[in-house]
Write a protein that binds this ligand. Sequence first.
Ligand SMILES: Cc1cc2nc3c(=O)[nH]c(=O)nc-3n(C[C@H](O)[C@H](O)[C@H](O)COP(=O)(O)O)c2cc1C
Length: 323
Amino acid sequence: MKYVCDMLQIDIPIFQGGMGNISNAQLTSAVSEAGGLGTIGCGSMTPSQVEEIIIQTKKRTSRNFALNIAINVSPYTDELIQLIIKHKIPIVSLSAGNPVPYIAKLHEHDVKVIVLVASVKHAQKAEEAGADILVAEGFEAAGINSNLELTTFTLIPQIVKSVKVPVIAAGGIGDGKGLAAALMLGASGVQIGTRLIATQDAPFHDQYKNSLVNASDTETTIIGRSFGQRRRILKTPYSTKLDELEQAGLTPEQYRELTSEVNHVKGAIEGDLENGFINSGQIAGLINHIPTVEELFKSMMNEALNQIEQTSNDLKGLSYKKD
Ligand SMILES: Cc1cc2nc3c(=O)[nH]c(=O)nc-3n(C[C@H](O)[C@H](O)[C@H](O)COP(=O)(O)O)c2cc1C
Protein backbone atom coordinates (compact mmCIF):
# COMPACT_ATOMS: atom_id res chain seq x y z
CA MET A 1 0.00 0.00 0.00
CA LYS A 2 2.74 2.42 1.02
CA TYR A 3 4.79 1.35 -2.01
CA VAL A 4 1.95 2.38 -4.34
CA CYS A 5 1.41 5.70 -2.53
CA ASP A 6 5.15 6.45 -2.69
CA MET A 7 5.39 5.44 -6.35
CA LEU A 8 2.50 7.69 -7.39
CA GLN A 9 3.13 10.38 -4.75
CA ILE A 10 -0.37 10.19 -3.31
CA ASP A 11 -1.41 10.04 0.36
CA ILE A 12 -4.07 7.34 0.38
CA PRO A 13 -4.51 4.28 -1.86
CA ILE A 14 -7.80 5.33 -3.42
CA PHE A 15 -7.90 5.84 -7.22
CA GLN A 16 -10.65 7.49 -9.20
CA GLY A 17 -11.56 5.29 -12.17
CA GLY A 18 -11.75 6.84 -15.63
CA MET A 19 -15.23 8.18 -16.45
CA GLY A 20 -15.30 8.43 -20.23
CA ASN A 21 -16.62 11.63 -21.79
CA ILE A 22 -18.14 12.90 -18.56
CA SER A 23 -14.67 13.33 -17.03
CA ASN A 24 -13.90 16.81 -15.77
CA ALA A 25 -11.33 18.88 -13.91
CA GLN A 26 -13.55 19.46 -10.88
CA LEU A 27 -13.85 15.85 -9.71
CA THR A 28 -10.34 14.85 -10.80
CA SER A 29 -8.76 17.69 -8.83
CA ALA A 30 -11.02 17.06 -5.80
CA VAL A 31 -9.82 13.44 -5.65
CA SER A 32 -6.16 14.42 -5.96
CA GLU A 33 -6.54 17.26 -3.42
CA ALA A 34 -8.13 14.80 -0.98
CA GLY A 35 -4.99 12.66 -1.21
CA GLY A 36 -6.13 10.04 -3.75
CA LEU A 37 -5.33 9.61 -7.42
CA GLY A 38 -7.61 11.75 -9.58
CA THR A 39 -8.09 10.52 -13.13
CA ILE A 40 -9.21 12.13 -16.36
CA GLY A 41 -10.92 9.54 -18.53
CA CYS A 42 -10.54 10.30 -22.24
CA GLY A 43 -13.46 8.24 -23.50
CA SER A 44 -13.89 9.20 -27.14
CA MET A 45 -13.05 12.88 -26.57
CA THR A 46 -10.77 14.63 -29.06
CA PRO A 47 -7.22 15.41 -27.93
CA SER A 48 -8.06 19.12 -27.75
CA GLN A 49 -11.06 18.43 -25.46
CA VAL A 50 -8.82 16.31 -23.20
CA GLU A 51 -6.07 18.94 -23.29
CA GLU A 52 -8.52 21.57 -22.01
CA ILE A 53 -9.44 19.32 -19.05
CA ILE A 54 -5.73 18.74 -18.32
CA ILE A 55 -5.10 22.51 -18.29
CA GLN A 56 -8.11 23.13 -16.02
CA THR A 57 -7.10 20.31 -13.67
CA LYS A 58 -3.57 21.71 -13.37
CA LYS A 59 -5.05 25.08 -12.42
CA ARG A 60 -6.98 23.42 -9.59
CA THR A 61 -4.31 21.12 -8.17
CA SER A 62 -0.57 20.74 -8.14
CA ARG A 63 -0.93 17.12 -7.03
CA ASN A 64 -0.46 14.13 -9.32
CA PHE A 65 -3.34 12.88 -11.43
CA ALA A 66 -3.63 10.26 -14.16
CA LEU A 67 -5.08 10.02 -17.65
CA ASN A 68 -7.17 6.96 -18.54
CA ILE A 69 -7.24 5.80 -22.13
CA ALA A 70 -9.87 3.18 -22.97
CA ILE A 71 -7.97 1.87 -25.98
CA ASN A 72 -10.84 0.43 -28.02
CA VAL A 73 -13.12 3.36 -27.21
CA SER A 74 -10.78 6.18 -28.23
CA PRO A 75 -10.02 6.77 -31.90
CA TYR A 76 -7.08 8.96 -30.75
CA THR A 77 -4.84 6.73 -28.64
CA ASP A 78 -1.57 7.77 -30.34
CA GLU A 79 -2.42 11.47 -30.11
CA LEU A 80 -3.39 11.08 -26.44
CA ILE A 81 -0.02 9.46 -25.70
CA GLN A 82 1.63 12.53 -27.27
CA LEU A 83 -0.53 14.74 -25.02
CA ILE A 84 0.61 12.81 -21.95
CA ILE A 85 4.22 13.42 -22.93
CA LYS A 86 3.62 17.10 -23.81
CA HIS A 87 1.93 17.86 -20.47
CA LYS A 88 4.27 15.60 -18.45
CA ILE A 89 1.33 13.62 -17.00
CA PRO A 90 3.15 11.24 -14.63
CA ILE A 91 0.60 8.40 -14.58
CA VAL A 92 -1.56 6.75 -17.22
CA SER A 93 -4.11 3.98 -16.93
CA LEU A 94 -4.86 1.81 -19.96
CA SER A 95 -8.11 -0.12 -20.24
CA ALA A 96 -10.47 -1.75 -22.74
CA GLY A 97 -7.85 -2.95 -25.21
CA ASN A 98 -4.33 -4.25 -25.69
CA PRO A 99 -1.89 -2.04 -23.69
CA VAL A 100 1.28 -3.79 -24.89
CA PRO A 101 2.16 -1.46 -27.81
CA TYR A 102 2.13 1.63 -25.56
CA ILE A 103 3.94 0.66 -22.35
CA ALA A 104 7.59 0.96 -23.50
CA LYS A 105 7.01 4.40 -25.03
CA LEU A 106 5.36 5.68 -21.84
CA HIS A 107 8.20 4.30 -19.73
CA GLU A 108 10.75 6.10 -21.96
CA HIS A 109 9.11 9.29 -20.70
CA ASP A 110 9.03 8.18 -17.04
CA VAL A 111 5.27 7.70 -17.05
CA LYS A 112 3.99 5.07 -14.60
CA VAL A 113 1.62 2.70 -16.33
CA ILE A 114 -1.47 1.22 -14.69
CA VAL A 115 -3.23 -1.52 -16.66
CA LEU A 116 -6.83 -2.59 -16.05
CA VAL A 117 -7.27 -6.37 -16.06
CA ALA A 118 -10.10 -8.83 -15.43
CA SER A 119 -8.44 -12.27 -15.29
CA VAL A 120 -5.24 -13.95 -14.10
CA LYS A 121 -4.02 -14.53 -17.67
CA HIS A 122 -4.63 -10.91 -18.60
CA ALA A 123 -2.82 -9.78 -15.42
CA GLN A 124 0.23 -11.93 -16.16
CA LYS A 125 0.41 -10.63 -19.73
CA ALA A 126 0.22 -7.02 -18.54
CA GLU A 127 2.93 -7.61 -15.95
CA GLU A 128 5.14 -9.24 -18.56
CA ALA A 129 4.63 -6.23 -20.82
CA GLY A 130 5.91 -3.95 -18.03
CA ALA A 131 2.82 -2.60 -16.25
CA ASP A 132 3.82 -0.88 -13.00
CA ILE A 133 0.46 -1.43 -11.28
CA LEU A 134 -2.58 -3.53 -12.16
CA VAL A 135 -6.16 -2.56 -11.45
CA ALA A 136 -8.21 -5.76 -11.28
CA GLU A 137 -11.84 -4.99 -11.96
CA GLY A 138 -14.71 -7.28 -11.06
CA PHE A 139 -18.03 -7.61 -12.82
CA GLU A 140 -19.77 -5.59 -10.08
CA ALA A 141 -18.28 -2.43 -11.54
CA ALA A 142 -19.99 0.36 -13.45
CA GLY A 143 -19.53 0.84 -17.16
CA ILE A 144 -17.83 -1.38 -19.71
CA ASN A 145 -17.23 -4.79 -18.19
CA SER A 146 -15.16 -7.81 -19.13
CA ASN A 147 -17.00 -10.62 -20.92
CA LEU A 148 -15.48 -13.02 -18.37
CA GLU A 149 -17.87 -11.84 -15.63
CA LEU A 150 -15.48 -12.59 -12.74
CA THR A 151 -16.20 -10.93 -9.41
CA THR A 152 -13.87 -8.72 -7.38
CA PHE A 153 -13.88 -11.02 -4.34
CA THR A 154 -12.56 -13.96 -6.37
CA LEU A 155 -10.39 -12.02 -8.80
CA ILE A 156 -8.20 -10.11 -6.33
CA PRO A 157 -6.65 -13.01 -4.35
CA GLN A 158 -6.04 -15.04 -7.50
CA ILE A 159 -4.33 -12.17 -9.31
CA VAL A 160 -2.37 -11.10 -6.23
CA LYS A 161 -1.03 -14.64 -5.99
CA SER A 162 0.03 -14.79 -9.61
CA VAL A 163 1.90 -11.48 -10.13
CA LYS A 164 4.57 -9.46 -8.32
CA VAL A 165 3.39 -5.93 -9.16
CA PRO A 166 0.85 -4.22 -6.86
CA VAL A 167 -2.81 -4.95 -7.53
CA ILE A 168 -5.58 -2.41 -6.94
CA ALA A 169 -9.15 -3.70 -6.48
CA ALA A 170 -11.99 -2.18 -8.51
CA GLY A 171 -15.68 -3.02 -8.60
CA GLY A 172 -18.08 -2.94 -5.69
CA ILE A 173 -16.16 -0.73 -3.25
CA GLY A 174 -18.10 2.12 -1.72
CA ASP A 175 -17.03 2.54 1.90
CA GLY A 176 -14.32 1.82 4.45
CA LYS A 177 -15.43 -1.77 4.96
CA GLY A 178 -15.01 -2.33 1.21
CA LEU A 179 -11.56 -0.76 1.36
CA ALA A 180 -10.61 -2.96 4.34
CA ALA A 181 -11.91 -6.08 2.59
CA ALA A 182 -9.90 -5.32 -0.56
CA LEU A 183 -6.75 -4.84 1.50
CA MET A 184 -7.42 -8.12 3.33
CA LEU A 185 -7.63 -9.88 -0.04
CA GLY A 186 -4.13 -8.66 -0.78
CA ALA A 187 -4.91 -5.55 -2.82
CA SER A 188 -2.65 -2.52 -2.36
CA GLY A 189 -5.55 -0.10 -2.71
CA VAL A 190 -8.88 0.46 -4.42
CA GLN A 191 -10.25 2.14 -7.52
CA ILE A 192 -13.77 3.53 -7.26
CA GLY A 193 -16.25 4.93 -9.75
CA THR A 194 -19.89 4.64 -8.70
CA ARG A 195 -19.34 6.04 -5.18
CA LEU A 196 -17.62 9.13 -6.56
CA ILE A 197 -20.60 10.04 -8.74
CA ALA A 198 -22.73 10.75 -5.67
CA THR A 199 -20.38 13.40 -4.24
CA GLN A 200 -20.74 17.17 -4.05
CA ASP A 201 -17.61 17.60 -6.18
CA ALA A 202 -18.99 15.63 -9.13
CA PRO A 203 -20.53 18.04 -11.64
CA PHE A 204 -23.15 15.58 -12.86
CA HIS A 205 -26.92 15.97 -13.02
CA ASP A 206 -28.83 15.68 -9.73
CA GLN A 207 -31.00 13.00 -11.39
CA TYR A 208 -27.88 10.83 -11.67
CA LYS A 209 -26.74 11.39 -8.09
CA ASN A 210 -30.25 10.97 -6.62
CA SER A 211 -30.86 7.83 -8.68
CA LEU A 212 -27.79 6.29 -7.02
CA VAL A 213 -28.87 7.41 -3.54
CA ASN A 214 -32.31 5.88 -4.12
CA ALA A 215 -31.11 2.68 -5.83
CA SER A 216 -31.36 -0.73 -4.18
CA ASP A 217 -28.96 -3.64 -4.59
CA THR A 218 -30.83 -5.06 -7.60
CA GLU A 219 -31.09 -1.90 -9.62
CA THR A 220 -28.25 -2.31 -12.10
CA THR A 221 -28.44 -4.28 -15.29
CA ILE A 222 -26.03 -5.60 -17.89
CA ILE A 223 -26.63 -4.68 -21.49
CA GLY A 224 -24.75 -5.83 -24.59
CA ARG A 225 -24.26 -9.51 -23.75
CA SER A 226 -25.45 -10.55 -27.20
CA PHE A 227 -22.69 -8.41 -28.75
CA GLY A 228 -19.94 -9.46 -26.31
CA GLN A 229 -19.79 -5.80 -25.18
CA ARG A 230 -21.08 -5.78 -21.64
CA ARG A 231 -21.85 -2.54 -19.85
CA ARG A 232 -23.32 -2.19 -16.35
CA ILE A 233 -25.84 0.64 -16.09
CA LEU A 234 -28.61 1.70 -13.75
CA LYS A 235 -32.13 0.49 -14.56
CA THR A 236 -33.90 3.48 -16.13
CA PRO A 237 -36.47 4.00 -18.90
CA TYR A 238 -33.55 4.08 -21.36
CA SER A 239 -32.07 0.80 -20.08
CA THR A 240 -35.48 -0.88 -20.48
CA LYS A 241 -35.63 0.41 -24.06
CA LEU A 242 -32.09 -0.88 -24.73
CA ASP A 243 -32.96 -4.31 -23.29
CA GLU A 244 -36.06 -4.57 -25.46
CA LEU A 245 -34.23 -3.46 -28.61
CA GLU A 246 -31.38 -5.89 -27.90
CA GLN A 247 -33.81 -8.77 -27.51
CA ALA A 248 -35.68 -7.78 -30.67
CA GLY A 249 -32.37 -7.85 -32.57
CA LEU A 250 -30.06 -4.91 -33.12
CA THR A 251 -27.02 -4.79 -35.37
CA PRO A 252 -23.71 -4.26 -33.53
CA GLU A 253 -23.49 -0.81 -35.15
CA GLN A 254 -26.94 0.14 -33.84
CA TYR A 255 -25.98 -1.10 -30.36
CA ARG A 256 -22.75 0.91 -30.43
CA GLU A 257 -24.64 4.02 -31.47
CA LEU A 258 -27.28 3.63 -28.74
CA THR A 259 -24.57 3.17 -26.09
CA SER A 260 -22.21 5.83 -27.44
CA GLU A 261 -20.71 8.54 -25.28
CA VAL A 262 -23.34 10.94 -26.70
CA ASN A 263 -26.04 8.94 -24.89
CA HIS A 264 -23.81 8.73 -21.80
CA VAL A 265 -23.56 12.52 -21.66
CA LYS A 266 -27.36 12.82 -22.16
CA GLY A 267 -28.00 10.61 -19.12
CA ALA A 268 -25.21 11.71 -16.79
CA ILE A 269 -24.86 15.42 -17.51
CA GLU A 270 -28.29 16.36 -18.87
CA GLY A 271 -30.23 14.00 -16.56
CA ASP A 272 -32.28 12.75 -19.51
CA LEU A 273 -33.02 9.17 -18.45
CA GLU A 274 -35.40 8.61 -21.39
CA ASN A 275 -32.74 9.16 -24.05
CA GLY A 276 -29.47 8.57 -22.24
CA PHE A 277 -27.96 5.95 -19.90
CA ILE A 278 -26.15 6.25 -16.57
CA ASN A 279 -23.37 3.86 -15.60
CA SER A 280 -23.63 2.32 -12.17
CA GLY A 281 -22.00 -0.51 -10.24
CA GLN A 282 -23.82 -2.91 -7.94
CA ILE A 283 -22.58 -0.96 -4.91
CA ALA A 284 -25.16 1.76 -5.70
CA GLY A 285 -27.47 0.13 -3.13
CA LEU A 286 -25.06 1.14 -0.36
CA ILE A 287 -25.01 4.83 -1.26
CA ASN A 288 -27.34 6.95 0.86
CA HIS A 289 -25.82 10.43 1.00
CA ILE A 290 -23.83 12.93 -1.05
CA PRO A 291 -20.66 13.94 0.80
CA THR A 292 -17.67 15.90 -0.52
CA VAL A 293 -14.82 13.75 -1.82
CA GLU A 294 -12.73 14.81 1.16
CA GLU A 295 -15.44 13.71 3.62
CA LEU A 296 -15.87 10.43 1.74
CA PHE A 297 -12.17 9.61 1.80
CA LYS A 298 -11.79 10.55 5.49
CA SER A 299 -14.70 8.30 6.43
CA MET A 300 -13.39 5.46 4.24
CA MET A 301 -9.94 5.59 5.81
CA ASN A 302 -11.28 5.81 9.38
CA GLU A 303 -13.83 3.07 8.84
CA ALA A 304 -11.25 0.77 7.24
CA LEU A 305 -8.88 1.20 10.16
CA ASN A 306 -11.62 0.67 12.78
CA GLN A 307 -13.00 -2.32 10.92
CA ILE A 308 -9.60 -4.01 10.67
CA GLU A 309 -8.87 -3.40 14.37
CA GLN A 310 -12.31 -4.61 15.46
CA THR A 311 -12.15 -7.73 13.29
CA SER A 312 -8.64 -8.47 14.52
CA ASN A 313 -9.83 -8.19 18.16
CA ASP A 314 -12.87 -10.36 17.40
CA LEU A 315 -10.64 -13.03 15.86
CA LYS A 316 -8.23 -12.91 18.79
CA GLY A 317 -11.19 -13.29 21.19
CA LEU A 318 -12.27 -16.63 19.73
CA SER A 319 -11.58 -19.66 21.85
CA TYR A 320 -10.25 -21.96 19.16
CA LYS A 321 -7.10 -23.96 19.81
CA LYS A 322 -4.06 -22.09 18.51
CA ASP A 323 -0.75 -23.87 17.75
C1 LIG B 1 -19.55 7.12 -15.16
C2 LIG B 1 -18.51 6.08 -15.31
C3 LIG B 1 -17.73 6.04 -16.47
C4 LIG B 1 -16.72 5.08 -16.61
N1 LIG B 1 -15.89 5.14 -17.71
C5 LIG B 1 -14.76 4.41 -17.71
C6 LIG B 1 -13.74 4.65 -18.68
O1 LIG B 1 -13.84 5.53 -19.53
N2 LIG B 1 -12.62 3.87 -18.64
C7 LIG B 1 -12.46 2.89 -17.70
O2 LIG B 1 -11.43 2.21 -17.71
N3 LIG B 1 -13.41 2.65 -16.76
C8 LIG B 1 -14.52 3.39 -16.74
N4 LIG B 1 -15.44 3.21 -15.73
C9 LIG B 1 -15.15 2.25 -14.65
C10 LIG B 1 -14.43 2.99 -13.49
O3 LIG B 1 -13.25 3.56 -13.94
C11 LIG B 1 -14.13 2.07 -12.29
O4 LIG B 1 -13.12 1.14 -12.58
C12 LIG B 1 -15.37 1.37 -11.80
O5 LIG B 1 -16.43 2.30 -11.70
C13 LIG B 1 -15.11 0.72 -10.44
O6 LIG B 1 -16.24 0.02 -9.98
P1 LIG B 1 -17.41 0.69 -9.09
O7 LIG B 1 -18.25 1.42 -10.05
O8 LIG B 1 -18.08 -0.46 -8.47
O9 LIG B 1 -16.74 1.60 -8.11
C14 LIG B 1 -16.50 4.12 -15.58
C15 LIG B 1 -17.32 4.15 -14.45
C16 LIG B 1 -18.29 5.11 -14.30
C17 LIG B 1 -19.12 5.14 -13.04
